[in-house]
Design a protein around this ligand. Structure first.
Ligand SMILES: C[S@@+](CC[C@H](N)C(=O)[O-])C[C@H]1O[C@@H](n2cnc3c(N)ncnc32)[C@H](O)[C@@H]1O
Length: 282
């Protein structure tokens, strides 16, 4: 599935890339935002792009090949930003962008989607030696499961979901996305009629826990604030309230924070943009 970069025009307006500027894209993904930035910083501007998913780096390499050595791509995560910047000697940056979460391409093969029957994994990087969603669901105790459901996704039916998980795993291990989505559905009242799928919040909480996402955002933003040029721009796009709260609270300690949402026109073309909140430190 083709990933459509959200708030692209607004990102370009806020970053205002000019010939020979340098930028860092901490979530290069398929290079959607960066492609347009690279065009504007020609002929000599450089862009450092990082991603914790090696497959995404490969996709970005392909999509940004026309820019040659001006696109410097590295596999790594936000918490490694300082190290990557020093290894690549990428010392001047006019702006840094974070487009949080996952991209459409990652909805296949990672166990991130409740619409695809896959092994419950959820690691962005399959070589990372961390607990997968399957480990969490089958091994964590009731209190820990409830805690992530409440804290990472405000799941209203956290207790019922945790009870059903514990009950089920006494009989069978829970291995797949469909098995978990079914258990969550069973935990919701029959009369429930929400705008989102009943499994959305549980899957979000697990993804955040597996990838330590909140801590990653905190560390990445702190590094970005340390390394961006004095007049440089920091811009973060988030997709749910937990992420946005962290971003807003960190940025507001350093100045005024502007909020931009997607236009109705963009929402009609790209449903994902409806929940996007872009915060810019000014
Ligand atoms: C929404 S996508 C970015 C899409 C990109 N802006 C584009 O237009 O193609 C988010 C990307 O961030 C990556 N990612 C998530 N958490 C990360 C982290 N802590 N460090 C580095 N990359 C991360 C994901 O693997 C994904 O490729």
């Amino acid at each position: 599935m083709q990933h459509i970069p959200v708030l692209l025009n607004e990102v370009l307006k806020e970053l205002n890339p000019k010939p020979n500027d340098n930028f860092i894209d901490c979530t290069i993904g398929e290079g959607g935002h960066s492609k347009e930035i690279l065009k504007k910083i020609a002929p000599n501007g450089l862009l450092l792009g990082i991603d914790r998913n090696k497959e995404q780096i490969k996709r970005a390499e392909k999509n940004l090949s026309e820019f040659g050595k001006r696109a410097i791509l590295r596999h790594g995560k936000f918490s490694e930003l300082k190290k990557i910047v020093s290894e690549t000697k990428f010392l001047i940056s006019n702006g840094i962008i974070f487009d949080l979460g996952f991209s459409s391409a990652e909805l296949t093969g990672q166990g991130l989607s409740f619409l695809k029957d896959e092994v419950l994994d959820m690691r962005y990087d399959k070589d990372e030696n961390v607990e997968t969603a399957r480990d969490i669901i089958n091994n964590w105790n009731y209190d820990r499961i409830i805690k992530i459901l409440y804290e990472y996704s405000d799941e209203m039916y956290a207790k019922r979901i945790a009870e059903n998980i514990i009950k089920e795993r006494k009989k069978n291990r829970i291995n797949t996305t469909f098995e978990l989505a079914f258990l969550v559905k069973k935990s919701y009242p029959r009369s429930w009629k929400g705008k989102i799928n009943s499994a959305t919040r549980t899957f979000q909480a697990l993804r955040i826990a597996v990838n330590n996402e909140f801590e990653e955002i905190k560390q990445g933003l702190q590094t970005a604030l340390d390394i961006v040029d004095e007049k440089g721009t920091i811009l973060v796009i988030s997709f749910h309230s937990g992420e946005d709260r962290i971003v807003k609270n960190i940025l507001k300690e350093y100045g005024k924070v502007k909020l931009i949402r997607a236009s109705n026109e963009e929402i009609l073309k790209n449903k994902k943009s409806r929940s996007a909140k872009m915060r810019i430190l000014i």
